[in-house]
Design a protein. Structure first.
Lengths: 279, 214
């Protein structure tokens, strides 16, 4: 398995070039790029500018692990407004294009958002409908769409079997799950999600979670690896069992208040120990 | 009836944007029913595509007492088939797709003017419903039903006809006899709820099409 970390973790004011140096120096193999979440990669970034980002990544001795985005929180694929929905689909298309330009084969999508206004049945059906053609486009581009399990935040696809049924309904080999092992909270066990989804896992997001705390207001339940309640030996065993040998992408929500670069080193060492089984 | 220059231009633009009615693709016969049931696909002028799928899924096996024309989520109003169906004594369900249009946009102005001048339906600019406490539209005809709202509605002014649905006491749907036919105007889309498998929405539609009074 290979280690990556998101460019949205690069400390503010450091810039992309200095951030890449840090990622490499900390021992990562790759970097996850976040479309729309960092100044160097926006929807308006041109193809030639994306190629320049790739050149910088490769010059730093890294590769791009995948292209993610947080833009779908504001423009969900499940929106009722057709214009918002069209924009959301365009974001996915741009992610696919960007992934191709960056030489990687996976993107992360937050597939739908259940709210008190837009109910579950609509979100489910709308996401299936929109992901079918997007899956076709992804397949033609040689890219996989990984729908992230943002269970609590999306209030959508809350169990691993339901998520599997959702992927069955989308019925595209290019659409799978970008599994975040920290997002499962109190509603299950990440290792069971890994077993159920196996070959459909496109990428794995790593963070730890403080279970049994709930999520109150802005208080995060996410923490650094090994500080929370995930069963890391079981997670590792499940990954081995299903033959996952892909990217482990660090996504830490809690940030170091001082010496923010230290988090890169500490997380890289933790992932090394996870990979080695030194737990 | 006075028409402002802006309204005239809006109507002209909308008329040009409307696909020409053809016998083949515009009318989609759902089954070999007698009476005939048609769901009109307006192409880009249907603003909520899932609405078409919703009506089709429910009506595919419905038994009708009268001929039925459904116009889902219409922005530009296809007046000719509507008027022709009404003349022939059919029930016409005209669902507005203007909920997400800007109130001062040409497309909404054209929608409003066409409804007023051709079908004598008087609407107000769309209302954004959310945030609100209860997410429902209350139907009173042909049987009481509670169906999820679709975030925005096109409200109705006081006018001839029977108000058949309200949102927070605002009228959003009416039923009116027009010659031998019946015109049902929906300012809150029903099609998406049908498409999302809302049982009460399905029952409501089936009650409408099986109603002898429609």
């Amino acid at each position: 398995m290979k280690k990556a970390i998101g460019d949205n973790m690069i400390p503010k004011g450091w810039g992309f070039d200095r951030g890449l140096e840090l990622v490499k120096k900390a021992g990562y193999d790759g970097i996850e790029l976040w479309l729309g979440d960092v100044p160097w990669l926006q929807m308006s970034t041109t193809d030639s500018e994306v190629r320049e980002l790739r050149r910088k990544v490769e010059n730093a001795g890294l590769v791009v692990s995948n292209v993610s985005t947080g833009l779908h929180w504001a423009s969900p694929l499940s929106a009722r407004d057709p214009q918002v929905r069209a924009h959301a689909a365009r974001i996915v298309e741009r992610q696919i294009e960007t992934a191709q330009l960056l030489g990687c084969d996976a993107i992360l999508v937050v597939a739908g958002l259940v709210t008190d206004e837009v109910p579950y049945n609509e979100v489910y059906q709308r996401c299936v409908d929109v992901l079918k053609p997007l899956g076709g486009a992804a397949a033609r581009a040689g890219v996989k769409i990984g729908c992230e399990n943002c269970n609590s935040e999306q209030r959508f696809l809350l169990s691993p079997r339901e998520f599997a049924r959702f992927l069955d309904d989308v019925a595209s080999p290019a659409v799978g799950i970008h599994l975040d092992v920290g997002n499962i909270h109190d509603t299950g066990f990440a290792e069971q999600w890994i077993e159920i989804h196996g070959p459909r896992i496109t990428r794995v997001h790593l963070k730890d979670v403080l279970k049994h705390r709930g999520r109150s207001g802005d208080q995060s339940v996410y923490t650094n690896l090994f500080l929370g309640d995930n069963n890391w030996p079981a997670l590792r065993a499940a990954l081995r069992k299903v033959g996952y040998d892909g990217w482990l992408v660090a996504e830490m929500e809690a940030r170091y208040r001082y010496a923010p670069d230290q988090q890169f080193y500490d997380t890289a060492r933790a992932i090394d120990r996870l990979i080695k089984g030194d737990l | 009836m006075a028409v402002t220059r802006r309204e005239f231009v809006a109507c002209a633009v909308a008329a040009l944007a409307m696909p020409r009615e053809r016998k083949d693709s515009r009318f989609v016969a759902l089954a070999d029913h007698t009476p005939r049931c048609e769901v009109l696909d307006l192409g880009e002028q249907c603003r909520i595509r899932e609405s078409i799928a919703g009506y089709r899924s429910v009506l595919a096996h419905a038994s009708l007492r009268r001929a039925l024309l459904v116009v889902p989520a219409a922005l530009a109003i296809p007046t000719r088939p509507i008027e022709r169906s009404l003349r022939r004594g059919a029930t016409v369900i005209l669902e507005s797709g203007a909920g997400f249009a800007e109130a001062d946009s040409q497309e909404f102005l054209a929608h409003r003017v066409t409804l007023r001048d051709r079908l004598r339906i008087h609407i107000e600019p769309p209302i954004v419903l959310w945030p609100r406490a209860t997410p429902y539209v209350d139907y009173t005809w042909p049987t009481p039903a509670t169906v999820r709202d679709f975030s925005r509605v096109v409200p109705l002014r006081r006018q001839e006809g029977r108000v058949i649905a309200t949102v927070d006491d605002v009228p959003v749907a009416l039923m009116r006899r027009v010659g031998r036919g019946t015109l049902i105007f929906l300012g809150s889309p029903l099609g998406p709820a049908l498409w999302a498998d809302d049982a009460e929405a399905r029952r409501l539609l089936l009650d409408v099409v099986s109603s002898g009074s429609a």
